[in-house]
Design a protein around this ligand. Structure first.
Ligand code: ADP
Ligand code: MG
Length: 272
């Protein structure tokens, strides 16, 4: 298979550190010990190409958040390796890892996590200034233009809609010009119209600003904004899809449900 989300393509001679903003190689993550172990990720090899919007889809519990956390060095890995560009995360000290997350990754979560007493603009620039970075004013201008908040940049989060607040959170993730933006269910708390505003902004971040976006979602409509979709099931890469549409993604997810239902019946018959 030669989809561009497949980092195992043997015909591709490009240096993977150049081609992929982030990648996992034979990555496994096992939680717990003894009888209660959960293999949240099971031998996952995947690359997220630079300059693309990739969605990771899968049912609840399939390992999506664990994958994102492992790629960001927020969760320990059990086997395998994770690379951010040319950096293997396992080679870093905790301190270096903290700095890498701060300087090279932009995060967007389901909860907007904005500071309520500060304006939208201050929320956008604060992390960079706390990190002691002088903002690149041209870039800041581009980001703020893309966020399209107009006069509301001077408003506090409580005076903004959910969609506007999450757009502020996306701008905050973009402002340091990270190598990759990682978003975990960024539309999970939003109605469909607000969600569409946020997804359009993530799309613009790739198309207009040349950023790389990795988004975890269980929503086929959200996945439809991506260039490619990676499907996870039971901690394994189950499929890839290029140029997804919500309908095609939904159909693919339904097929997983049928397989899962079949597997459940089989397990029951074996008395497990
Ligand atoms: P998703 O984001 O796709 O819903 P997760 O990555 O959160 O899935 O979880 C994958 C699996 O790992 C699930 O079975 C979940 O219960 C388990 N899991 C996740 N985090 C932990 C943890 N800290 N301790 C034990 N099990 C966990
Ligand atoms: Mg999750």
């Amino acid at each position: 298979m030669t989809t561009s989300t497949d980092s195992t393509d043997p015909t591709d001679r490009t240096d993977p550190a150049v081609r992929y903003a982030a990648r996992a190689v034979h990555l496994s993550r096992v939680h717990g010990a003894g009888d209660t172990t959960v293999r949240a990720l099971d031998d996952v090899t995947i690359g997220f190409p630079r300059g693309r919007f990739t969605a990771v889809m899968g049912p609840s519990g399939s390992g999506k958040s664990t994958l994102l956390h492992c790629l960001a060095g927020l969760d320990d890995i059990t086997e395998g390796a994770v690379h951010l560009g040319g950096t293997e995360l396992g080679s870093l000290t905790d301190r270096q890892l903290t700095r890498l997350r701060r300087d090279r990754i932009g995060f967007v979560f389901q909860a907007f996590n904005l500071l309520p007493t500060m304006t939208a603009l201050d929320n956008i620039v604060l992390p960079a200034s706390l990190a002691g970075r002088k903002p690149d004013l041209d870039w800041l201008d581009k980001v703020v233009t893309a966020v399209d908040l107009g006069q509301r940049l001077g408003h506090r989060p409580g005076e903004l809609s959910g969609g506007q607040q999450q757009r502020v959170a996306v701008a905050r993730a973009l402002v340091g010009r990270p190598e990759i933006v990682m978003a975990d269910e960024p539309t999970g708390n939003l109605d469909s119209r607000s969600g569409a505003e946020v997804l359009a902004l993530l799309r613009d971040a790739v198309d207009e600003l040349g950023q790389t976006v990795l988004m975890v979602t269980h929503d086929p409509v959200a996945a439809g904004y991506a260039d490619g979709v990676v499907f996870l099931a039971d901690g394994r890469i189950a499929d890839h899809m290029e140029a997804p549409t919500p309908d095609r993604v939904l159909d693919r997810m339904k097929a997983f449900d049928r397989v899962a239902a079949g597997a459940g019946a089989g397990a029951g018959a074996r008395g497990e």
